[in-house]
Design a protein around this ligand. Structure first.
Ligand code: GCU
Length: 732
């Protein structure tokens, strides 16, 4: 490249391809296309046209200018009228007479949908991006840029899209001190200390990234909430963020602590039926809406893991949720009431408790309440069956909560693409209204005709320059947005788009990277919790193996509670002869899950206590199969590392190296998982290792003594630490 043209590109802000990449630009890199690909877009002219100057129209214009000039490596300018061929015209029928005159079928796309269409205006060919609202148009603009980023054809373009889910929200588990519960990407991106005086460019880029995948709301703080956020001083900080995010169609929401009326309101009680308490919440809602007129609402974790809630006063979850909903209703706000409740004082299988609690409340919630249910009945495990609450409450709006941050899946250093995990859940058939009653149809509201729908994802975003702690974890943020827009989207298509936008459209790279991503979750399941095992991670930090742990105060926080291994076999009997958790599923599914023979192998030990000697379809016994699975997981990580190594020529050094290094960490951890788990379960089964299987490197005692008191994501508790174990591996 000649010096002069480099300078010209610098002026356009197009220097990044020459630089190392740190991941900050996520999937919105807009690097110049290769010549051949760019030629497909020759018909796109050098102007973007809009007659509107609303805040959202302005950011849409800026994004199109930035994206098109970057991708097509030419100077693109914004105009108010069409002046030449190939203009990209965007707007709504209200703010553009030209668009109104096209009589586009926008009504059926709802307030957030968009249409992208080739048209001829005053004899000039143009591309029209239209919607009923400015935000719909913004989504269309991002889609248009994505088409070019992924080198899709735009000849005779005619695309329409509308979100299937109404609330598409990130849930930040960020604390006011800047720490992030279960956060593995640095500290919080929200600089509360600097707010409201300063809101950084990062907040704008955060909003851009979210809007680019259709995310339309964010819960700013941890569900283990501090009442402080509801004080006047802190609400002014929230208002500043709301102002920054608003042009991008992103509303702010807050996690609300149930006992706030006592803690910051000076009341003696938080009883939801107490008139003073009700008045307090009403006034608080009025105060919030005064400075944030489009405030989204509250997310509440109540009577769960020690959090206060209505049951402290003998009231139900519905009483609590409805009280807050009543306060928000005049302003159009919603309450997202979490169903993640369980108690160690209740002598019932933990995975049954949320259903037991919420099923009887079906139909008792106000219209602006949605119950937010984790995808599985336990807690974001590498694999769980779907929560039986999906499909069980036809009279209640049920939203889904996914965990984007990889609390139980190796943090940021294991490469695990979650698109496949989420698709597996969404595709699951609840049989609630016969075959085809998928979880996706519960979530998008079509199964029970619900208007208030929600998909929430616990964010994996932090202050790390690459946002998510690793490059491949960005794919999980991206995939969450895409699946929230369309819960029936395919994980593989999403991965393919992300790879092209994030790295390159080179087919060698893309095929290998997508293959690596698509197998990655199953690999993690294999080396961590094969065959339906769950919650085998070390307690507190949830990093590394801990199947032997049996001494944590609450039984249901101990891995032994979940695997139930004894001399005869392993697994949790949830059949009718055990805890009967299967009875919470629709009869067609219940009957299948009740028997070992008809239970899918990947959920076997979730539902059944199975003898070690049980023959499996593979021809092996259960014990041999279990050991083989752990080893398979390790071998698969080797394959992932090898295939990544071959991709070096296609990736910049910075992103190649961090991924390669993290795969080495993952390989080390996979081996640890395999060895520690095999050592422990062998001590219970008293069975020899199958022929050809290597003995664990260390003794069981060594693994048991390992601790990770400083693993990230646990806040800053006063940690008790023990000395590390003595290395007892045989000298090589
Ligand atoms: C898990 C997680 C906690 C979190 C909780 C929740 O148990 O480990 O950190 O607070 O889920 O979803 O509320």
């Amino acid at each position: 490249m000649k010096f002069v043209s480099l300078l010209a590109l610098c002026a356009l802000g197009l220097t990044a391809s020459a630089q190392a990449e740190d991941g900050y630009d996520l999937w919105l890199r807009y690097h110049p296309l290769e010549k051949a690909a760019a030629s497909h877009y020759a018909a796109i002219g050098a102007t973007v046209v809009s007659a509107s100057h609303s805040e959202t129209a302005n950011v849409t214009r800026d994004e199109l200018v930035r994206g098109l000039s970057g991708l097509l490596a030419k100077k693109v300018t914004a105009r108010e009228a069409i002046t030449g061929n190939g203009a990209v015209l965007f707007g709504t029928p209200e703010n553009s007479r030209t668009i109104a005159a096209l009589h586009l079928p926008l009504e059926k796309l709802g307030p957030e949908g968009y249409l992208i269409r080739a048209a001829v205006v005053k004899g000039k060919p143009v591309t029209v991006i239209a919607g009923s609202s400015d935000v719909g148009v913004l989504y269309g603009a991002f889609r248009f840029l994505k088409l070019i980023q992924t080198r899709a054809s735009i000849d005779h373009i005619d695309i329409a899209s509308a979100p299937k889910v109404k609330l598409r929200l990130l849930n930040h588990w960020d604390n006011l001190d800047g720490s992030v519960e279960r956060g593995y990407a640095g500290s919080s991106i929200f600089k509360w200390w600097e707010l409201p005086a300063h809101s950084s460019q990062r907040m704008v880029d955060y909003a851009r990234a979210n809007a680019s995948v259709g995310i339309n709301g964010t819960v700013l703080i941890n569900v283990n909430a501090s009442s402080m956020i509801l004080t006047r001083e802190w609400l002014s900080k929230v208002a500043r963020l709301a102002d920054t995010f608003r042009p991008y169609g992103i509303k702010v929401y807050l996690a609300a602590r149930f006992s706030a009326p006592i803690e910051i309101g000076g009341l003696k009680t938080a009883d939801p039926l107490d008139p003073e308490v009700r008045a307090w919440w009403k006034n608080k809602a009025d105060e919030i809406y005064h400075s944030i007129p489009d405030f989204g609402g509250f997310l509440v974790k109540a009577n769960s893991e020690g959090q206060p809630g209505p049951q402290d006063y003998g009231r139900s979850h519905a009483d609590g949720a409805n009280m807050m909903a009543e306060a928000l209703a005049p302003h159009g706000g919603v309450v997202m009431w979490r169903a993640f409740v369980y108690s160690h004082e209740v002598p019932v299988d933990r995975v049954k408790q949320a259903y037991d609690e919420f099923k009887p409340l079906d139909g008792k919630f106000r219209d602006n309440v949605i119950v937010q249910v984790k995808n599985g009945p336990l807690d974001f495990q590498p694999r769980e069956p779907f929560s039986p609450l999906f499909g069980a409450t036809p009279a209640t709006a049920m939203g889904m909560e996914l965990e984007i941050t990889k609390e139980y899946l190796g943090f940021n250093t294991h490469l695990v693409y979650l698109g496949t995990l989420w698709q597996e859940v969404l595709d699951s058939d609840t049989f609630a209204k016969g075959q085809g009653s998928t979880v996706a149809k519960v979530v998008d509201g079509t199964l029970f005709d619900k208007k208030l729908t929600l998909m929430a994802g616990v964010a994996n975003i932090g202050s790390d320059r690459n946002w998510c702690g690793s490059i491949f974890d960005q794919a999980n943020w991206y995939a969450f947005g895409r699946l929230a827009w369309d819960p029936e989207a395919q994980a593989k298509d999403i991965a393919a788009d992300w790879v092209k936008m994030t790295f390159t459209d080179n087919p060698v790279f893309d095929t290998a990277a997508v293959t690596l991503m698509m197998g990655s979750r199953e690999t993690a399941v294999n080396y961590m919790t094969p065959l339906g095992l769950a919650h085998q991670m070390g307690t507190s930090g949830h990093y590394g193996p801990g199947s032997w742990i049996d001494n944590v105060g609450r039984p249901d926080w101990n891995p032994v509670y979940y695997h139930r291994a004894d001399a005869q076999g392993i697994g949790f009997d949830r059949s009718p002869s055990g805890s009967d958790a299967v009875s919470q599923y629709a009869p067609a599914l219940r009957d299948r899950l009740a028997k070992v023979e008809t239970t899918p192998k990947n959920a076997l030990l979730w539902f059944h206590h199975v003898p070690w000697s049980q023959p499996m379809k593979s021809g092996r016994t259960l014990w041999d199969e279990l050991v083989a699975r752990y080893g398979q997981g390790v071998a698969e990580v080797d394959t992932m590392a090898t295939s990544w190594a071959k991709l070096k020529p296609y990736v910049d050094t910075e992103r190649f190296d961090i991924t390669a290094d993290y795969l080495r960490i993952q390989r080390r951890d996979a081996q640890l998982w395999r060895d520690a788990s095999v050592a422990y379960f062998a001590s219970i089964s008293h069975l020899p290792l199958p022929a050809g299987e290597k003995a664990p490197l260390h003794s069981l005692g060594y693994y048991k003594a390992l601790e990770y008191p400083y693993a990230p994501g646990q806040g800053t508790p006063g940690r008790k630490i023990k000395p590390p174990p003595v290395d007892d591996a045989p000298t090589p």
